[in-house]
Ligand binder design. Structure first.
Ligand code: HEC
Length: 184
């Protein structure tokens, strides 16, 4: 009896954060935080020198924000795509399947802002919670990911990303997805 009470007390004491299993809610908060930081940087970059300048911003800020958020949260934070720009955007087999599933859901009429998926998986012998959320292509994205990317923008992209595949998108298509994971 005494022992049981002790256990309860300890569990209650450690409370929320440290013992909480990673969840969709936690992942959604991270998405908000990521976009809350990247979007203003992108906007500022576009305003201060158009897409050519904003490419520099995306190139330096996107990985930095992901790294900082990862450090703070203990989650692995990334964005992936079936047609990636950054090296880090290359999906693994699990992510590729989920991205394909997201595209089918979009075709079936799902709201792209609501498309997400999570699963507990074993990766390299380690149990992980994995979460993905679709990223739709908006109008502002087309300057750098669209079907008519201007020559100077193309050059700036090629300079940093010689293997870029991330153009040719139309508004409303899925550009990719957030992909977060945490060890259990
Ligand atoms: C100014 C040009 C520019 C604009 C505008 C832009 N992006 Fe990007 N995007 C980039 C660059 C550069 C990268 C590579 C970032 C890196 O090195 O991590 C990138 C990477 C990404 C990635 C990560 C996967 C990958 O392909 O590497 C996603 C997802 C993405 N962009 C979505 C969007 C969406 C959605 C919008 C519109 C809201 C948008 N981008 C607007 C330049 C841009």
């Amino acid at each position: 009896m005494k022992k049981t009470l002790m256990t309860v007390a300890i569990l209650a004491g450690f409370g929320s954060q440290a013992w909480a299993a990673p969840s969709n809610d936690e992942a959604r908060e991270l998405v908000k935080s990521y976009m809350g930081q990247l979007k203003p940087e992108l906007k500022k970059g576009m305003k201060n020198g158009g897409p050519v300048n904003a490419i520099e911003v995306c190139h330096s800020k996107a990985p930095q924000i992901a790294a900082e958020l990862s450090e703070q949260s203990g989650w692995h934070i990334n964005r992936v795509s079936l047609k990636p720009r950054a090296e880090s955007g290359q999906p693994d087999a699990w992510e590729e399947e989920v991205l394909e599933k997201f595209n089918r859901q979009l075709e079936d009429g799902a709201n792209p802002k609501k498309i997400e998926f999570s699963q507990t998986v074993v990766m390299n012998g380690e149990k992980q919670f994995r979460y993905m959320k679709a990223i739709p292509t908006g109008k502002v994205c087309l300057a750098c990911h669209g079907t008519d990317v201007k020559a100077p923008v193309k050059e700036a992209i090629a300079e940093h990303y010689p293997k870029d595949k991330a153009t040719g998108y139309h508004k409303g298509e899925l550009r990719g997805a957030f992909s977060f994971s945490k060890s259990l």
